[in-house]
Ligand binder design. Sequence first.
Ligand code: C5P
Length: 235
Amino acid sequence: MHTTPTQPRCFALLPCAGSGSRAGGAVPKQYQPVAGVPMVRHALAAFRAVPRIARALVVVAPGDGALAAQAGFSVADCGGATRAESVFNGLNALLTQGVHTGDWVLVHDAARCLITPTLIDALIDACLPDAVGGLLALPLADTLKQTDDGGKVAATIDRAGKWLAQTPQMFRIGLLRDALAAHAASGFAGITDEASAVEAAGYQPLLVRGSARNLKVTYPEDFALAEAILRNSRP
Ligand code: C5P
């Protein structure tokens, strides 16, 4: 059953259950230090600095509770085999904790540790008046190439109107949970972000301009880049 609170609240959900194999390292990348602090803590701090975020829930892999405790935050250890499954399980956890289906959720990758309160506020401002919600994204600046199987260029793709999806992505919790539920039987095949599930359900999410700074730490060299940006942006 869908419930609409009189004043919808905003919750943050941070999927943090990946293995981060492309980043290397002894522990998953989201627990590795950036500027001396586990990566996920930077993302969490940005959400905690936004007064309109009622609460942030971090979804970790079953068994990673101790890692998370060392990192210093409370969690739901219901991470799944894919990012979409981790998000789906986290949404269900929020709903069992008294969150209404009509409340908003901002889903954010723990690996995007350079998110700022200003960007989060911009997304909330843009989405609150909207019926569906939306996501931070950046217009594609580079020329886009399609490869063939041998690693050579097969085609140049027209970049006009193309955007790179970032997080956070902000939707009504009930709408997003139902949109993801439709893909549970297929193991969430093809669902690489929240918006793709919402689109498949027939809605059109808003594109809200993000920032190049909001990069996703993915490869070993990204740690030094993230650290340099963090150190240079400190007051
Ligand atoms: O691997 P990738 O960088 O695409 O992961 C994006 C985010 O999703 C990361 O914060 C990662 O921890 C999370 N994730 C998850 N559960 C998975 C896979 C990824 O929570 N099974």
